[in-house]
Write a protein that binds this ligand. Structure first.
Ligand code: ATP
Length: 616
């Protein structure tokens, strides 16, 4: 019997999960997108007979878009420990080690290393039968509901153990992928939506509500009236297309009226205000109520509309230096605000757009009109609630001497100068916007363009030494794919450095082939690091931070290789690594086989470099 009531896990009573599993395997195997889509269509037409079956199935096919149940709190490592306990395995057994070391590959894991669900399937195969016990997707959804609502590891373990009893290894493999929200089917969410119903993507974009999409769009032949955005329902954000330089940007927007804005480096947040009720929706539609502690009074008192939706960036303003703090401190400051701690640093919301006001959506109006509305609706408060609207051209700003976050660009030169200004100021870059454009959910067609100063060399080469390695995942599974690099401790005059200080983790910048060459050279000197059984080598100064901890050490600095790295121009203070600063987005520029190990940059020279670039 089916009821249409509040229970989320209604529907799917008559669909066996084994049927869905065949669908997944077919889609994964099919090469062409058309074939993948037609398999999916056939499944929906044949098996989803009741209206509620659609959501029951779709939430398993697009698990990353399902917001009806909370998070499982199960990333690979925790999932591994729960599975080990659910299977009553010893932590010391080979299979337990395989699961825990899924990236490196435990004893004989071979080619599955780096893919958690495959490693798990291999372990489960030895413990589960082949026969399916006929689990339905309704039952699976019930299990997953329990798993999400269970509060501790013991409860999760017991639910997983029940689930293991009711499934076979193949089924469990796919269930694990559903829990990890990555099915690797090789079909885009767009294609699935399109095949489900021609209006599904549009409706999802303005509601971020998969259940509602499945309920409203039951009949593929019936078109749905375009729905507008609503206060209280997150909207998928307008996005920016990346360009490589100012002239490319100018060319793309040629003849348009263009505003250029600073690209702030915080959290993209949509604020929905419905009288005193506030939501802070992030890009993946989660409501970050933790921001309410620092921000609700400011917002309710300074937004002069009962209902509205603002689009913008949540940042931290540091009043002691009169600028935004570097990326990454939002959560810490939100927590301090909740605990009532006093600080120079406070949450600050920069509204760069308005999507809804009073009782109407304004996304169809031009950006120019929206900016006028934004000015009428939001009363800015310095360092707490800012609005981003241009106050004239570049020259007006240069004359005013005020910090300049937004200008009307009249030439490619204006764009270039503004961009250089942000680079000097160590901001994230710029965003160019067509002032006549509408705001469109999920659009990245080029109404907004972004230009970032990534990978600019900070004045000189950073030649650092590889001191450790990290195993990769996916196609790099089972092999070292990233390196821990170090700076030298300043040596006494005319001597070689004796210690190396961990500095950052770097993997990109080199081709697979170049990486393989480095790994092949260093392989004889890699020593597995069994934390916490072993101490790190004494000639490396490292932290105890889990984010730093490499999987292997290079057994001695003399055997290692120097690499030149570049990065985003900004350095960050770090507690993860032993050096006082680390780099954002580091990448390997060149492998310096020609440089001996002792010509590694030393930490003091690096700190001097940071201070000279920062002007402090
Ligand atoms: P990125 O890592 O470059 O931020 P992304 O995929 O997160 O990429 P994009 O849409 O490509 O996002 O780039 C625009 C992002 O830049 C927005 O999501 C927003 O978080 C941020 N941003 C900062 N300042 C602005 C601004 N003035 N206007 C629009 N977006 C801005």
């Amino acid at each position: 019997a089916v009821d249409g009531g509040g229970n989320n896990s209604v529907g799917g009573e008559d669909i066996k999960f084994s049927v869905m599993l065949s669908l997944f395997q077919w889609i994964q195997k099919s090469k062409s997108s058309a074939k993948k889509r037609s398999k999916f269509r056939k499944f929906i037409d044949t098996f989803c007979r009741k209206p509620q079956d659609n959501f029951a199935a779709m939430r398993l096919i697009l698990p990353g878009l399902d917001r009806e149940r909370g998070s499982y709190g199960l990333k690979e490592h925790v999932l591994a420990t729960c599975l080990i306990d659910a299977l009553a395995m010893s932590r010391e057994s080979d299979d337990a080690r395989r699961l825990l070391n899924w990236r490196k590959g435990g004893p004989k894991t071979g080619s599955n290393a780096g893919n958690f669900s495959l490693v798990a399937a291999e372990v489960l195969q030895r413990r589960q039968g082949m026969a399916s016990a006929g689990l339905t997707i309704k039952e699976l959804n019930d299990f997953l509901d329990h798993l999400a609502s269970s509060e501790n590891r013991a409860e999760k373990t017991s639910i997983l153990s029940d689930l293991i009893r009711k499934t076979n290894a193949q089924e469990m493999k796919w269930i694990i992928m559903i829990i990890l929200k990555d099915l690797k089917l090789g079909i885009s969410e767009k294609s699935i939506f399109h095949e489900f119903h021609p209006d599904a993507e549009d409706l999802f974009n303005v509601t971020c509500d998969l259940k509602l999409v499945c309920e409203k769009l039951r009949d593929r032949s019936q078109r749905h009236k375009r729905q507008d955005i609503e206060v209280g329902k997150p909207v998928r954000p307008q996005l920016a297309l990346r360009v490589s330089n100012a002239s490319a940007a100018w060319k793309k927007l040629y003849g348009k009226e263009v505003v250029v804005e600073c690209k702030f480096d915080g959290d993209r947040i949509q604020i929905h205000k419905n009288n005193s009720e506030l939501n802070f929706f992030s890009r993946n539609f989660l409501d970050h109520q933790e921001y309410a502690h620092g921000m609700s009074d400011v917002i309710t008192q300074n937004i002069l509309a009962d209902k509205c939706i603002l689009d913008g960036e949540m940042l931290v303003w540091d009043a002691s230096i009169n600028r935004f703090a570097e990326f990454g401190s939002n959560q810490e400051i939100a927590k301090a605000a909740r605990e009532g701690l006093d600080s120079d640093r406070q949450l600050c919301y920069v509204a760069f757009d308005i999507l809804y006001v009073g009782d109407t959506s304004v996304i169809h109006r031009s950006l120019k009109e929206r900016q006028e509305i934004l000015q009428k609706v939001v009363k800015p408060i310095k360092g707490r609630l800012e609005i981003l609207v241009p106050n004239g051209g570049l020259n007006a700003h240069l004359l005013s001497g005020e910090p300049c976050w937004s200008i009307i660009a009249r030439s490619v030169d204006d764009v270039d100068k503004f961009f250089k200004g942000t680079v000097e100021n160590r901001d994230e870059g710029i965003v160019l916007k067509d002032l006549t454009s509408k705001w469109e959910p999920s659009d990245r067609s080029g109404k907004w363009l972004k230009l970032k100063p990534d990978y600019v060399r900070p004045g000189s080469d950073l030649d650092v030494l590889i001191i450790g390695g990290y195993y990769g995942s996916g196609r790099h599974g089972g092999e070292v794919a990233q390196f821990l690099v170090g700076l030298a401790e300043p040596p006494a005059p005319n001597t070689y450095p004796r210690r190396f200080i961990s500095f950052c983790r770097v993997g990109t910048g080199v081709s697979d082939e170049e990486r393989n060459t480095i790994v092949a050279r260093l392989k004889p000197y890699f020593r597995k690091y069994e934390y916490p059984k072993q101490a790190p080598p004494t000639f490396y100064q490292v932290t105890n931070n889990a984010k730093e901890r490499p999987d292997v050490w290079v057994e001695s600095p003399e055997k290692s290789i120097i690499v030149s790295i570049t990065s985003d121009i900004r350095t960050i203070r770090t507690e993860v690594f032993a050096a006082p600063y680390s780099l954002r987005f580091p990448r390997i520029d060149k492998v310096r086989y020609d440089k001996p190990w002792h010509e590694c940059l030393d930490v003091q020279s690096f700190v001097d470099l940071v201070h000279s670039t920062n002007g402090s």
